[in-house]
Design a protein around this ligand. Structure first.
Ligand SMILES: Nc1ncnc2c1ncn2[C@@H]1O[C@H](COP(=O)(O)OP(=O)(O)OP(=O)(O)O)[C@@H](O)[C@H]1O
Length: 310
């Protein structure tokens, strides 16, 4: 089976609110997909529909080979879901919780599977109440995959963790995919998380998917690279020299500083310095930076604001 998740026109209306307005998405086996969007965009509602916790008011979907509407129990057997808060008992130990969860799923040899998971997630068998936030999150994810689901859904997996614990968790999520082929579908508010972890990003806004692509693809397509240059001479002349170059998308001038959005490429700095030289403008400094996903979000919102104004 190629597609682990396939949704067509998935929709959810609450009284007075169209939370999700027809989402089409496909996720391939073994992909790590990030679901991004501003507050209230419809991320959690979509996740709760795909995990059978909410019944859609429109559309169809199959998850891990089972129809969401006709066979929700089949979907539940093949997925893991790690909610935002987690739900472990602080007075239990990590191993006790894992064994309990494994038995609930009727995993054969629950104890040895649980010991393997402790090792995989670098966890000691200690009281959950005494664990750090990062250790608890790792345990939440271990609990979500105890039955080796085909796909695991993670709702904001690293919210509230310090940077070191976050990158440790990313490593564990990657290992899940690399060692077991688990497909991972996660929501996040952290653009750096999506950038570092996800093969593909879906961006949802106002209940609709507004764009998708790999982090690099989105950055190249929507944001472009950024070149900032400070010049000694006339900024108007510099702008005229640069604005019409083939690889330059946009030039903004603030005082003697020009900020250019350009097509990604290795030769761009050479082109720009040659054009400035030909126009008799001397650059004092010139800096080439890769865009961040923040720039992508900014580009998307600006595009939408422009479309609304038109
Ligand atoms: N049970 C509900 N009843 C009524 N409206 C709801 C309900 N759940 C969500 N909504 C509304 O649906 C919209 C989408 O909410 P949702 O929680 O899916 O967004 P989100 O992208 O997950 O947001 P956040 O990033 O803030 O968690 C919002 O306008 C929200 O107020």
């Amino acid at each position: 089976m190629d597609h682990v998740i396939e949704a067509r026109g998935l929709a959810k209306s609450f009284t007075g609110t169209d939370a999700v307005r027809g989402v089409d998405l496909t996720v391939r086996a073994g992909e790590i997909v990030g679901f991004l969007g501003p507050n209230g965009a419809g991320k959690t509602t979509t996740l709760r529909m795909l995990t059978t916790l909410l019944r859609p008011t429109g559309g169809t979907a199959t998850v891990a080979g089972h129809d969401l509407i006709a066979d929700p129990a089949g979907v539940r057997r093949r997925i893991g879901y790690v909610a935002q808060g987690g739900s472990t008992n602080p007075s239990c130990t990590a191993l006790q919780e894992l064994v309990l969860q494994a038995r609930l799923y009727r995993v054969p040899d629950a104890r040895s599977r649980s010991l393997d998971l402790l090792a995989d997630f670098d966890l000691a068998d200690r009281a959950i109440g005494a664990m750090s936030g990062g250790q608890k999150r790792r345990l939440d994810i271990a609990l979500g995959v105890v039955h080796r689901p085909a796909v695991v859904f993670l709702d904001e997996p690293t919210t509230g963790l310090d940077p070191q614990s976050r990158s440790a968790l990313w490593e564990h999520i990657r290992r899940l995919r690399d060692q077991h082929g688990t497909t991972v579908f996660l929501t996040t508010h952290y653009l750096d998380e999506a950038d570092a972890l996800c093969d593909r990003i879906l961006i949802i806004d106002q209940g609709r998917i507004v764009d998708e692509g790999s982090p690099d693809d989105l950055k190249a397509r929507l944001a472009g690279d950024v070149v900032t240059t400070e010049i000694a001479g006339d900024p108007g002349r510099a702008r005229a020299a640069l604005a019409d170059l083939a690889h330059v998308r946009e030039v903004r001038v603030t005082g003697r500083t020009l900020r250019l959005t350009v097509e990604p490429g290795d030769r761009i700095l050479i082109e720009l310095t040659r054009a400035l030289d030909a126009a008799g403008v001397e650059p004092l400094s010139i800096q080439h930076t890769r865009p961040t996903l923040d720039d992508v979000f900014l580009a998307l919102t600006e595009r939408k604001a422009a479309a609304r104004a038109a």
